[in-house]
Design a protein around this ligand. Structure first.
Ligand code: NAG
Ligand code: NAG
Ligand code: NAG
Length: 123
């Protein structure tokens, strides 16, 4: 009796102290300035969902850096409820962990353009 309680306590400890803690997919660092300067926010964003950038990041984000898991994101102009009529989808393309300008979207002229974005697992 006593030893089984002890064993239960040990295994509960082992679970909570497990080093294999998988991060949630969908984390993105967003900052107003390039190189993660200015105001920053890091959140895990639900995949396949449109996310409007809140102030002060709306049309004011030069850093957009997804975490290292196998997903990518599409920064887009405007807000989620605006209908994009551009054949390019109002985006410059996918951004993932390895995207070269993720710390300076100004380098491609997008420092004041992104209004919303959506992310999904890589296919
Ligand atoms: C931004 O980061 C790049 C790459 O690390 C570096 O070369 C550059 O000097 C940085 N610029 C500023 C203003 O911090
Ligand atoms: C852009 O970000 C800067 C730095 O946080 C802030 O001072 C400024 O008010 C923001 N501009 C807009 C239009 O949100
Ligand atoms: C970001 O890119 C813009 C435009 O090319 C450049 O003027 C600026 O110095 C860059 N900022 C950083 C921090 O590298």
């Amino acid at each position: 009796m006593k030893s089984s309680l002890f064993a239960a306590a040990i295994s509960a400890l082992a679970i909570s102290a497990s080093p294999i803690h998988k991060r949630q997919v969908g984390g993105v660092l967003i900052c107003t300035g390039a190189n993660a300067t200015g105001e920053c926010t890091h959140n895990v964003y639900e995949l396949k969902t449109c996310h409007d950038l809140p102030a002060p990041f709306f049309q004011n984000a030069s850093t957009f850096a997804p975490d290292g898991e196998a997903f990518d994101c599409f920064p887009r102009v405007g807000t989620c409820d605006q209908i994009c009529t551009s054949p390019t989808g109002c985006t410059f393309g996918a951004v993932d962990f390895n995207y070269e300008h993720k710390y300076n979207l100004s380098a491609i002229g997008w420092g004041n353009l992104m209004g919303h974005f959506d992310c999904s697992l890589k296919r």
